[in-house]
Design a protein around this ligand. Sequence first.
Ligand code: ATP
Ligand code: PRP
Ligand code: NIO
Length: 472
Amino acid sequence: MLPFKTSIGLYTDYYELTMAQGHFLNNRHEERSCFDYFFRKNPYNGGFVVFAGLSSFIEMLQSFRFDEKDCEYLEQQGFDKNFINYLRNFEFKGNIHAVREGEIIFPYEPVLHVEGTILETQLIETLLLNILNFESLIATKACRCKLAAGDKTLMEFGLRRSQGFGGINASKAAIIGGFDATSNVYSASLYHLNSSGTMAHAWIQSFNDELKAFRTYAKHFPEDCVLLVDTYDTLKSGIPNAVIVARELEEKGYRLKGIRLDSGDLTYLSSKARKQLNKAGLEYVKIIASNQLDEYIIESLQIQGAPIDSFGVGTSLATGQEDAALDGVYKLSLFNGNPTIKISDNIAKMTLPGIKTVYRFFDEDGLFDADGIAFKDEGDFEIIHHPFETDKQKSIKGLKKEELLTKVMEGGNITYTSPSPYEIAEYVHSRLKQLPNEHKRFLNPHVYKVGITTNLMDERNNLAKQYLKKDF
Ligand SMILES: Nc1ncnc2c1ncn2[C@@H]1O[C@H](COP(=O)(O)OP(=O)(O)OP(=O)(O)O)[C@@H](O)[C@H]1O
Ligand SMILES: O=P(O)(O)OC[C@H]1O[C@H](OP(=O)(O)OP(=O)(O)O)[C@H](O)[C@@H]1O
Ligand SMILES: O=C(O)c1cccnc1
Protein backbone atom coordinates (compact mmCIF):
# COMPACT_ATOMS: atom_id res chain seq x y z
CA MET A 1 0.00 0.00 0.00
CA LEU A 2 1.39 3.36 -1.00
CA PRO A 3 1.43 6.04 1.68
CA PHE A 4 1.48 8.95 -0.78
CA LYS A 5 1.54 9.64 -4.55
CA THR A 6 0.92 7.06 -7.22
CA SER A 7 4.04 7.77 -9.31
CA ILE A 8 7.22 7.91 -7.29
CA GLY A 9 10.02 7.97 -9.89
CA LEU A 10 11.28 11.21 -8.41
CA TYR A 11 11.72 9.56 -5.02
CA THR A 12 15.42 9.27 -5.77
CA ASP A 13 18.73 11.08 -5.63
CA TYR A 14 19.56 13.48 -8.44
CA TYR A 15 22.68 11.54 -9.45
CA GLU A 16 20.64 8.41 -10.16
CA LEU A 17 18.85 10.40 -12.87
CA THR A 18 21.98 11.99 -14.31
CA MET A 19 23.68 8.58 -14.48
CA ALA A 20 20.55 7.09 -16.04
CA GLN A 21 20.58 9.82 -18.70
CA GLY A 22 24.29 9.23 -19.26
CA HIS A 23 23.75 5.53 -19.84
CA PHE A 24 20.79 6.26 -22.11
CA LEU A 25 22.54 8.82 -24.29
CA ASN A 26 25.56 6.55 -24.63
CA ASN A 27 23.29 3.71 -25.63
CA ARG A 28 24.58 1.48 -22.89
CA HIS A 29 21.43 1.62 -20.76
CA GLU A 30 20.46 -1.96 -21.57
CA GLU A 31 23.70 -3.59 -20.45
CA ARG A 32 22.90 -6.49 -18.08
CA SER A 33 23.82 -5.66 -14.51
CA CYS A 34 23.44 -6.85 -10.96
CA PHE A 35 23.52 -4.96 -7.67
CA ASP A 36 23.80 -6.44 -4.14
CA TYR A 37 22.20 -5.08 -1.00
CA PHE A 38 24.10 -5.66 2.25
CA PHE A 39 25.16 -3.85 5.42
CA ARG A 40 28.50 -3.86 7.20
CA LYS A 41 27.75 -3.29 10.88
CA ASN A 42 24.98 -4.51 13.16
CA PRO A 43 23.10 -1.60 14.71
CA TYR A 44 22.94 -1.07 18.50
CA ASN A 45 26.22 -3.01 18.89
CA GLY A 46 23.98 -6.03 18.55
CA GLY A 47 24.54 -9.47 17.12
CA PHE A 48 22.06 -9.51 14.21
CA VAL A 49 19.57 -7.62 12.06
CA VAL A 50 15.95 -8.46 11.25
CA PHE A 51 15.50 -8.04 7.49
CA ALA A 52 12.41 -5.90 6.94
CA GLY A 53 10.92 -3.66 4.28
CA LEU A 54 10.84 -6.15 1.42
CA SER A 55 7.08 -6.02 0.91
CA SER A 56 7.03 -2.20 1.21
CA PHE A 57 9.85 -1.94 -1.31
CA ILE A 58 8.42 -4.40 -3.83
CA GLU A 59 5.07 -2.68 -3.66
CA MET A 60 6.52 0.80 -4.08
CA LEU A 61 8.63 -0.43 -6.97
CA GLN A 62 5.41 -1.07 -8.88
CA SER A 63 4.77 2.66 -8.64
CA PHE A 64 8.27 3.68 -9.60
CA ARG A 65 7.06 5.54 -12.68
CA PHE A 66 7.20 9.06 -14.06
CA ASP A 67 3.90 10.79 -14.70
CA GLU A 68 3.43 13.93 -16.80
CA LYS A 69 4.11 16.25 -13.86
CA ASP A 70 7.31 14.38 -13.05
CA CYS A 71 8.41 14.62 -16.68
CA GLU A 72 7.65 18.34 -16.77
CA TYR A 73 9.76 18.80 -13.66
CA LEU A 74 12.66 16.91 -15.19
CA GLU A 75 12.37 19.02 -18.33
CA GLN A 76 12.59 22.17 -16.19
CA GLN A 77 15.70 20.73 -14.60
CA GLY A 78 17.29 20.47 -18.03
CA PHE A 79 17.14 16.74 -18.60
CA ASP A 80 17.28 15.51 -22.19
CA LYS A 81 13.94 15.30 -24.02
CA ASN A 82 14.61 11.85 -25.48
CA PHE A 83 15.62 10.57 -22.06
CA ILE A 84 12.46 12.01 -20.53
CA ASN A 85 10.42 10.30 -23.23
CA TYR A 86 12.09 7.06 -22.24
CA LEU A 87 11.22 7.68 -18.59
CA ARG A 88 7.61 8.39 -19.56
CA ASN A 89 7.24 4.68 -20.31
CA PHE A 90 9.65 3.47 -17.67
CA GLU A 91 8.71 0.42 -15.63
CA PHE A 92 11.08 -1.74 -13.65
CA LYS A 93 11.35 -5.03 -15.56
CA GLY A 94 14.19 -6.68 -13.70
CA ASN A 95 14.54 -9.70 -11.41
CA ILE A 96 14.97 -9.60 -7.65
CA HIS A 97 16.14 -12.36 -5.34
CA ALA A 98 15.97 -11.85 -1.59
CA VAL A 99 15.95 -13.60 1.73
CA ARG A 100 12.52 -13.87 3.36
CA GLU A 101 11.27 -10.77 5.06
CA GLY A 102 11.87 -11.32 8.77
CA GLU A 103 15.03 -13.37 8.18
CA ILE A 104 17.80 -12.92 10.73
CA ILE A 105 20.75 -11.55 8.77
CA PHE A 106 24.37 -10.60 9.39
CA PRO A 107 26.99 -8.15 8.11
CA TYR A 108 28.36 -8.51 4.56
CA GLU A 109 25.73 -10.96 3.35
CA PRO A 110 24.18 -10.00 0.00
CA VAL A 111 20.67 -10.58 1.27
CA LEU A 112 19.05 -9.19 -1.86
CA HIS A 113 20.18 -8.71 -5.44
CA VAL A 114 18.65 -6.90 -8.34
CA GLU A 115 19.31 -8.01 -11.94
CA GLY A 116 18.29 -6.11 -15.04
CA THR A 117 19.50 -3.32 -17.27
CA ILE A 118 22.06 -0.93 -15.81
CA LEU A 119 19.57 1.90 -16.10
CA GLU A 120 16.76 0.26 -14.15
CA THR A 121 18.94 -1.46 -11.54
CA GLN A 122 20.80 1.79 -10.81
CA LEU A 123 17.74 4.02 -10.83
CA ILE A 124 15.96 2.18 -8.00
CA GLU A 125 18.92 2.33 -5.60
CA THR A 126 17.70 5.18 -3.43
CA LEU A 127 14.19 3.83 -3.01
CA LEU A 128 15.53 0.39 -2.11
CA LEU A 129 18.03 1.66 0.44
CA ASN A 130 15.60 4.14 1.92
CA ILE A 131 13.03 1.47 2.68
CA LEU A 132 15.14 -1.58 3.54
CA ASN A 133 17.59 0.29 5.77
CA PHE A 134 14.91 2.01 7.77
CA GLU A 135 12.46 -0.86 8.25
CA SER A 136 15.30 -3.26 9.10
CA LEU A 137 16.70 -0.80 11.65
CA ILE A 138 13.34 -0.42 13.40
CA ALA A 139 12.34 -4.10 13.17
CA THR A 140 15.68 -4.96 14.79
CA LYS A 141 15.08 -2.49 17.61
CA ALA A 142 11.58 -3.88 18.10
CA CYS A 143 12.94 -7.41 18.13
CA ARG A 144 15.41 -6.45 20.85
CA CYS A 145 12.54 -5.01 22.92
CA LYS A 146 10.68 -8.28 22.36
CA LEU A 147 13.69 -10.32 23.50
CA ALA A 148 13.71 -8.27 26.70
CA ALA A 149 9.94 -8.33 27.23
CA GLY A 150 9.42 -12.06 26.62
CA ASP A 151 5.71 -12.84 26.44
CA LYS A 152 4.58 -9.48 27.84
CA THR A 153 2.57 -7.25 25.53
CA LEU A 154 4.35 -4.49 23.57
CA MET A 155 2.69 -1.36 22.23
CA GLU A 156 4.33 1.05 19.82
CA PHE A 157 3.83 4.75 20.71
CA GLY A 158 6.43 6.46 18.49
CA LEU A 159 4.61 8.47 15.82
CA ARG A 160 4.76 11.80 17.65
CA ARG A 161 8.54 11.71 17.93
CA SER A 162 9.50 9.75 14.85
CA GLN A 163 11.48 11.36 12.05
CA GLY A 164 8.57 12.91 10.17
CA PHE A 165 6.66 10.52 7.95
CA GLY A 166 9.17 7.78 8.77
CA GLY A 167 6.72 6.98 11.54
CA ILE A 168 4.46 5.30 8.97
CA ASN A 169 6.96 2.57 8.17
CA ALA A 170 8.32 2.51 11.73
CA SER A 171 5.02 1.25 13.09
CA LYS A 172 4.86 -1.53 10.52
CA ALA A 173 8.46 -2.50 11.24
CA ALA A 174 7.72 -2.51 14.98
CA ILE A 175 5.04 -5.14 14.40
CA ILE A 176 7.43 -7.18 12.24
CA GLY A 177 9.95 -7.11 15.08
CA GLY A 178 7.42 -8.43 17.59
CA PHE A 179 5.20 -5.60 18.83
CA ASP A 180 1.54 -6.45 19.36
CA ALA A 181 -0.11 -3.16 18.46
CA THR A 182 0.51 0.45 17.52
CA SER A 183 -1.02 3.77 18.51
CA ASN A 184 -0.44 4.91 14.90
CA VAL A 185 -3.89 4.80 13.32
CA TYR A 186 -2.65 5.73 9.83
CA SER A 187 -0.27 2.77 9.67
CA ALA A 188 -2.78 0.48 11.33
CA SER A 189 -5.35 1.21 8.62
CA LEU A 190 -2.78 1.04 5.81
CA TYR A 191 -1.11 -2.21 6.85
CA HIS A 192 -3.89 -3.92 8.84
CA LEU A 193 -2.13 -3.62 12.19
CA ASN A 194 -3.80 -3.81 15.60
CA SER A 195 -4.31 -0.29 16.90
CA SER A 196 -4.64 0.44 20.58
CA GLY A 197 -4.24 3.23 23.09
CA THR A 198 -4.86 4.56 26.55
CA MET A 199 -5.34 8.25 27.42
CA ALA A 200 -3.19 11.37 27.78
CA HIS A 201 -2.58 13.56 30.81
CA ALA A 202 -4.46 16.30 28.95
CA TRP A 203 -7.70 14.30 29.25
CA ILE A 204 -7.42 14.21 33.01
CA GLN A 205 -6.21 17.82 33.30
CA SER A 206 -9.15 19.01 31.20
CA PHE A 207 -11.57 17.80 33.91
CA ASN A 208 -9.50 19.16 36.78
CA ASP A 209 -10.91 16.16 38.66
CA GLU A 210 -9.22 12.80 38.17
CA LEU A 211 -12.16 10.65 39.24
CA LYS A 212 -14.54 12.50 36.94
CA ALA A 213 -12.07 12.13 34.06
CA PHE A 214 -11.80 8.36 34.70
CA ARG A 215 -15.56 7.92 35.03
CA THR A 216 -16.30 9.83 31.84
CA TYR A 217 -13.80 7.79 29.84
CA ALA A 218 -15.08 4.53 31.33
CA LYS A 219 -18.63 5.48 30.43
CA HIS A 220 -17.73 5.84 26.76
CA PHE A 221 -15.20 3.01 26.49
CA PRO A 222 -16.25 0.47 29.13
CA GLU A 223 -14.66 -2.44 27.27
CA ASP A 224 -11.40 -0.78 26.37
CA CYS A 225 -10.53 1.40 29.31
CA VAL A 226 -6.94 1.96 30.45
CA LEU A 227 -6.63 4.74 33.03
CA LEU A 228 -3.50 6.89 33.24
CA VAL A 229 -2.84 7.10 36.97
CA ASP A 230 0.17 9.38 37.40
CA THR A 231 -1.20 12.85 36.68
CA TYR A 232 -1.42 13.93 40.33
CA ASP A 233 -0.33 11.23 42.77
CA THR A 234 -0.11 7.66 41.55
CA LEU A 235 -0.49 5.80 44.83
CA LYS A 236 -2.68 8.21 46.78
CA SER A 237 -5.01 9.35 44.01
CA GLY A 238 -4.55 7.59 40.66
CA ILE A 239 -4.83 3.98 41.81
CA PRO A 240 -7.59 4.59 44.42
CA ASN A 241 -9.67 6.40 41.76
CA ALA A 242 -9.00 3.59 39.27
CA VAL A 243 -10.24 1.09 41.88
CA ILE A 244 -13.47 3.07 42.28
CA VAL A 245 -14.05 3.13 38.53
CA ALA A 246 -13.20 -0.57 38.20
CA ARG A 247 -15.84 -1.43 40.80
CA GLU A 248 -18.41 0.75 39.03
CA LEU A 249 -17.59 -1.00 35.76
CA GLU A 250 -18.01 -4.40 37.44
CA GLU A 251 -21.51 -3.38 38.54
CA LYS A 252 -22.33 -2.79 34.87
CA GLY A 253 -20.84 -6.11 33.82
CA TYR A 254 -17.53 -4.76 32.51
CA ARG A 255 -13.91 -5.14 33.55
CA LEU A 256 -11.39 -2.33 33.73
CA LYS A 257 -8.71 -3.27 31.24
CA GLY A 258 -5.73 -1.60 32.85
CA ILE A 259 -3.88 1.28 34.39
CA ARG A 260 -0.88 3.07 32.88
CA LEU A 261 2.19 4.31 34.75
CA ASP A 262 4.15 6.97 32.86
CA SER A 263 6.68 8.34 35.36
CA GLY A 264 8.63 7.59 38.49
CA ASP A 265 10.25 4.32 39.53
CA LEU A 266 8.29 1.84 37.48
CA THR A 267 9.25 -1.15 39.64
CA TYR A 268 8.31 0.53 42.89
CA LEU A 269 5.07 1.95 41.51
CA SER A 270 3.99 -1.17 39.65
CA SER A 271 4.58 -3.33 42.75
CA LYS A 272 2.55 -0.97 44.93
CA ALA A 273 -0.13 -0.67 42.25
CA ARG A 274 -0.39 -4.46 41.91
CA LYS A 275 -0.83 -4.81 45.67
CA GLN A 276 -3.53 -2.13 45.82
CA LEU A 277 -5.38 -3.60 42.86
CA ASN A 278 -5.17 -7.16 44.18
CA LYS A 279 -6.32 -6.05 47.62
CA ALA A 280 -9.43 -4.67 45.90
CA GLY A 281 -9.98 -8.01 44.13
CA LEU A 282 -8.88 -6.56 40.80
CA GLU A 283 -6.22 -9.14 39.88
CA TYR A 284 -7.36 -9.01 36.26
CA VAL A 285 -6.55 -5.30 35.82
CA LYS A 286 -3.35 -5.06 33.78
CA ILE A 287 -0.46 -2.72 34.51
CA ILE A 288 0.95 -0.87 31.52
CA ALA A 289 4.22 1.07 31.78
CA SER A 290 5.69 3.74 29.52
CA ASN A 291 8.20 6.62 29.76
CA GLN A 292 11.30 6.56 27.61
CA LEU A 293 11.54 2.79 27.59
CA ASP A 294 13.95 0.80 25.47
CA GLU A 295 15.24 -2.76 25.45
CA TYR A 296 17.73 -2.08 28.25
CA ILE A 297 15.16 -0.59 30.64
CA ILE A 298 12.64 -3.29 29.80
CA GLU A 299 15.29 -5.95 30.49
CA SER A 300 16.14 -4.25 33.79
CA LEU A 301 12.48 -4.00 34.83
CA GLN A 302 12.06 -7.69 34.08
CA ILE A 303 15.10 -8.59 36.16
CA GLN A 304 13.80 -6.39 38.99
CA GLY A 305 10.58 -8.41 38.85
CA ALA A 306 8.33 -5.41 38.15
CA PRO A 307 4.76 -6.74 37.82
CA ILE A 308 4.20 -4.95 34.50
CA ASP A 309 2.00 -6.69 31.95
CA SER A 310 2.55 -4.43 29.01
CA PHE A 311 5.16 -1.94 27.83
CA GLY A 312 4.51 1.12 25.65
CA VAL A 313 7.61 2.13 23.70
CA GLY A 314 7.81 5.27 21.59
CA THR A 315 10.78 7.47 20.80
CA SER A 316 13.66 5.04 21.16
CA LEU A 317 11.90 2.51 18.94
CA ALA A 318 10.54 4.70 16.15
CA THR A 319 13.82 6.57 15.81
CA GLY A 320 16.10 3.56 16.22
CA GLN A 321 18.05 5.05 19.14
CA GLU A 322 21.08 4.95 19.58
CA ASP A 323 21.81 4.36 15.92
CA ALA A 324 19.43 6.39 13.76
CA ALA A 325 20.41 4.51 10.57
CA LEU A 326 21.38 1.10 9.28
CA ASP A 327 24.40 1.47 6.99
CA GLY A 328 23.03 -0.80 4.23
CA VAL A 329 24.59 -0.26 0.80
CA TYR A 330 23.82 -1.21 -2.82
CA LYS A 331 26.87 -2.21 -4.84
CA LEU A 332 27.36 -3.17 -8.47
CA SER A 333 28.55 -6.78 -8.74
CA LEU A 334 28.06 -7.44 -12.47
CA PHE A 335 28.17 -5.21 -15.55
CA ASN A 336 27.77 -6.30 -19.14
CA GLY A 337 27.81 -9.87 -17.90
CA ASN A 338 31.19 -9.46 -16.19
CA PRO A 339 31.80 -9.67 -12.45
CA THR A 340 32.98 -6.37 -11.03
CA ILE A 341 34.23 -5.10 -7.65
CA LYS A 342 34.72 -1.85 -5.82
CA ILE A 343 38.30 -1.59 -4.62
CA SER A 344 39.30 -0.18 -1.28
CA ASP A 345 42.52 -0.03 0.70
CA ASN A 346 40.44 -1.45 3.47
CA ILE A 347 39.76 -5.04 2.43
CA ALA A 348 36.61 -4.99 4.58
CA LYS A 349 35.18 -2.37 2.23
CA MET A 350 35.96 -4.30 -0.93
CA THR A 351 32.80 -5.69 -2.53
CA LEU A 352 32.12 -9.22 -3.75
CA PRO A 353 31.82 -9.86 -7.51
CA GLY A 354 29.21 -11.75 -9.52
CA ILE A 355 25.73 -13.08 -8.90
CA LYS A 356 25.68 -14.71 -5.51
CA THR A 357 23.48 -16.47 -3.00
CA VAL A 358 23.65 -17.15 0.73
CA TYR A 359 23.44 -20.52 2.47
CA ARG A 360 22.71 -21.02 6.14
CA PHE A 361 24.32 -23.99 7.87
CA PHE A 362 22.80 -25.65 10.92
CA ASP A 363 24.45 -27.52 13.78
CA GLU A 364 23.27 -30.93 15.02
CA ASP A 365 20.70 -29.23 17.30
CA GLY A 366 19.15 -27.37 14.36
CA LEU A 367 20.62 -24.02 15.47
CA PHE A 368 22.27 -21.54 13.09
CA ASP A 369 25.97 -22.36 12.86
CA ALA A 370 27.32 -20.13 10.08
CA ASP A 371 26.34 -18.54 6.75
CA GLY A 372 28.22 -18.99 3.49
CA ILE A 373 28.21 -16.62 0.53
CA ALA A 374 28.68 -18.44 -2.79
CA PHE A 375 28.27 -17.85 -6.51
CA LYS A 376 24.69 -18.57 -7.48
CA ASP A 377 25.59 -21.56 -9.66
CA GLU A 378 28.56 -22.76 -7.70
CA GLY A 379 27.43 -26.22 -6.59
CA ASP A 380 28.75 -27.95 -3.48
CA PHE A 381 31.57 -26.62 -1.31
CA GLU A 382 33.02 -27.80 1.98
CA ILE A 383 34.93 -24.80 3.31
CA ILE A 384 34.10 -21.16 3.89
CA HIS A 385 36.70 -18.45 4.47
CA HIS A 386 36.52 -15.40 6.65
CA PRO A 387 35.80 -12.62 4.12
CA PHE A 388 38.83 -10.52 5.13
CA GLU A 389 41.07 -12.70 7.28
CA THR A 390 41.17 -15.37 4.64
CA ASP A 391 43.56 -17.64 6.52
CA LYS A 392 40.62 -18.25 8.89
CA GLN A 393 38.34 -20.90 7.51
CA LYS A 394 35.56 -23.18 8.64
CA SER A 395 34.53 -26.61 7.45
CA ILE A 396 30.85 -26.90 6.76
CA LYS A 397 31.12 -30.47 5.49
CA GLY A 398 28.07 -32.57 6.25
CA LEU A 399 26.12 -29.71 7.84
CA LYS A 400 22.48 -29.32 6.94
CA LYS A 401 22.07 -26.23 4.77
CA GLU A 402 19.36 -23.96 3.48
CA GLU A 403 19.56 -21.48 0.60
CA LEU A 404 18.25 -18.17 1.90
CA LEU A 405 17.63 -16.22 -1.31
CA THR A 406 14.59 -16.89 -3.46
CA LYS A 407 13.10 -15.07 -6.42
CA VAL A 408 10.59 -12.41 -5.43
CA MET A 409 10.33 -10.57 -8.75
CA GLU A 410 10.81 -11.66 -12.35
CA GLY A 411 10.58 -9.35 -15.34
CA GLY A 412 9.08 -6.71 -13.04
CA ASN A 413 6.30 -9.05 -11.87
CA ILE A 414 5.99 -10.05 -8.23
CA THR A 415 6.52 -13.81 -7.94
CA TYR A 416 5.85 -14.34 -4.25
CA THR A 417 2.97 -13.80 -1.89
CA SER A 418 3.83 -11.13 0.59
CA PRO A 419 2.95 -12.21 4.13
CA SER A 420 1.20 -9.83 6.52
CA PRO A 421 3.34 -7.99 9.12
CA TYR A 422 2.07 -10.40 11.81
CA GLU A 423 2.96 -13.42 9.66
CA ILE A 424 6.43 -11.95 9.15
CA ALA A 425 6.68 -11.45 12.93
CA GLU A 426 5.90 -15.14 13.44
CA TYR A 427 8.75 -16.00 11.09
CA VAL A 428 11.11 -13.70 13.02
CA HIS A 429 10.06 -15.44 16.22
CA SER A 430 10.67 -18.91 14.79
CA ARG A 431 14.08 -17.94 13.40
CA LEU A 432 15.14 -16.32 16.67
CA LYS A 433 14.59 -19.66 18.36
CA GLN A 434 17.23 -21.09 16.03
CA LEU A 435 19.72 -18.31 16.71
CA PRO A 436 22.06 -19.34 19.54
CA ASN A 437 21.66 -17.17 22.65
CA GLU A 438 25.19 -15.81 22.52
CA HIS A 439 24.22 -13.75 19.45
CA LYS A 440 21.14 -12.33 21.15
CA ARG A 441 22.63 -10.77 24.27
CA PHE A 442 22.88 -6.98 24.30
CA LEU A 443 26.34 -6.72 25.79
CA ASN A 444 29.22 -7.81 23.54
CA PRO A 445 27.27 -10.42 21.57
CA HIS A 446 29.26 -13.23 20.01
CA VAL A 447 30.06 -12.55 16.34
CA TYR A 448 28.15 -14.84 13.97
CA LYS A 449 30.32 -16.49 11.33
CA VAL A 450 29.75 -15.41 7.74
CA GLY A 451 32.18 -16.80 5.18
CA ILE A 452 32.81 -16.84 1.45
CA THR A 453 33.59 -19.83 -0.74
CA THR A 454 37.06 -20.48 -2.15
CA ASN A 455 35.83 -19.69 -5.68
CA LEU A 456 34.37 -16.39 -4.62
CA MET A 457 37.47 -15.46 -2.64
CA ASP A 458 39.71 -16.30 -5.63
CA GLU A 459 37.58 -14.31 -8.07
CA ARG A 460 37.55 -11.27 -5.78
CA ASN A 461 41.28 -11.47 -5.17
CA ASN A 462 42.07 -11.87 -8.88
CA LEU A 463 39.98 -8.86 -9.77
CA ALA A 464 41.58 -6.88 -6.97
CA LYS A 465 45.04 -7.82 -8.25
CA GLN A 466 44.17 -6.51 -11.70
CA TYR A 467 43.31 -3.13 -10.26
CA LEU A 468 45.81 -2.81 -7.47
CA LYS A 469 48.65 -4.95 -8.78
CA LYS A 470 49.12 -6.28 -5.29
CA ASP A 471 48.63 -9.66 -3.66
CA PHE A 472 45.89 -10.71 -1.28
N1 ATP B 1 12.84 0.72 38.10
C1 ATP B 1 13.44 1.25 37.08
N2 ATP B 1 14.59 0.73 36.63
C2 ATP B 1 15.22 1.26 35.58
N3 ATP B 1 14.78 2.33 34.91
C3 ATP B 1 13.63 2.90 35.31
C4 ATP B 1 12.91 2.39 36.40
N4 ATP B 1 11.83 3.15 36.55
C5 ATP B 1 11.86 4.10 35.61
N5 ATP B 1 12.93 3.96 34.83
C6 ATP B 1 13.35 4.75 33.68
O1 ATP B 1 14.10 5.85 34.16
C7 ATP B 1 14.02 6.94 33.24
C8 ATP B 1 13.82 8.24 33.97
O2 ATP B 1 12.82 8.15 34.91
P1 ATP B 1 12.55 9.38 35.88
O3 ATP B 1 11.79 8.87 37.02
O4 ATP B 1 13.79 10.12 36.16
O5 ATP B 1 11.76 10.32 34.94
P2 ATP B 1 10.30 10.80 35.07
O6 ATP B 1 9.54 9.84 35.87
O7 ATP B 1 9.81 11.04 33.67
O8 ATP B 1 10.45 12.14 35.81
P3 ATP B 1 9.24 12.92 36.37
O9 ATP B 1 8.78 12.17 37.59
O10 ATP B 1 9.85 14.25 36.70
O11 ATP B 1 8.20 12.96 35.29
C9 ATP B 1 12.91 6.58 32.27
O12 ATP B 1 13.53 6.20 31.07
C10 ATP B 1 12.23 5.39 32.91
O13 ATP B 1 11.71 4.48 31.94
O1 PRP C 1 8.46 7.95 26.17
P1 PRP C 1 8.24 7.29 24.85
O2 PRP C 1 8.86 5.93 24.79
O3 PRP C 1 8.55 8.17 23.70
O4 PRP C 1 6.64 6.93 24.78
C1 PRP C 1 5.66 7.82 24.38
C2 PRP C 1 5.43 8.88 25.40
O5 PRP C 1 4.55 9.81 24.77
C3 PRP C 1 3.56 10.19 25.69
O6 PRP C 1 4.02 11.27 26.46
P2 PRP C 1 3.70 12.78 26.09
O7 PRP C 1 4.38 13.56 27.14
O8 PRP C 1 4.01 13.08 24.67
O9 PRP C 1 2.12 12.86 26.23
P3 PRP C 1 1.20 12.63 27.50
O10 PRP C 1 0.82 13.97 27.98
O11 PRP C 1 0.06 11.87 26.99
O12 PRP C 1 1.99 11.87 28.51
C4 PRP C 1 3.37 8.96 26.55
O13 PRP C 1 2.79 9.28 27.77
C5 PRP C 1 4.75 8.40 26.68
O14 PRP C 1 5.40 8.89 27.81
O1 NIO D 1 -2.17 5.44 23.87
C1 NIO D 1 -1.25 5.85 24.56
O2 NIO D 1 -1.19 5.63 25.78
C2 NIO D 1 -0.14 6.64 23.92
C3 NIO D 1 -0.15 6.96 22.60
C4 NIO D 1 0.88 7.69 22.05
C5 NIO D 1 1.91 8.08 22.83
N1 NIO D 1 1.92 7.77 24.14
C6 NIO D 1 0.92 7.06 24.68
